[in-house]
Structures are given as C-alpha cells and as structure tokens.
Ligand binder design. Structure first.
Ligand SMILES: [Zn+2]
Length: 56
C-alpha cells in the first residue's frame, strides 16, 4: 500500500477495536504519517480519542 503523503509503499496497517468501532490505523515508516480510518473513512485523532472514552 502506498503512502498518501510521500508515495512510498511503506505503510503499516493495524486493525484495532476502539470503543465499539473497528478502526484501521495506518502509519508510514518513511514520513511518519499517521492516519485513522473508520467505517466512514478518514477519522481525525480527536474523534478516535472520543470513541476510546466511551466505555460500557
Ligand atoms: Zn509516507
């Protein structure tokens, strides 16, 4: 998979469950771009932290 920023195929993809959502975390080993993706697409870190706080 290719990084959106530096165009290097250097992305690490990790699936995680945060709160009640399954998210994908992507990190580029080259430029250190970090991105979260949920069911609706790209997700800002602030939203991820919000989800992480919702516990039942
Ligand atoms: Zn990159």
């Amino acid at each position: 998979m290719q990084c959106e920023r530096c165009r290097k195929a250097n992305l690490i993809e990790i699936k995680m469950t945060v709160g009640e959502s399954e998210l994908t975390f992507r990190r580029c080993g080259k430029c250190e771009l970090q991105a979260w993706r949920g069911e609706d697409g790209e997700m800002p870190l602030s939203r991820v932290l919000e989800l992480a706080q919702v516990r039942r």
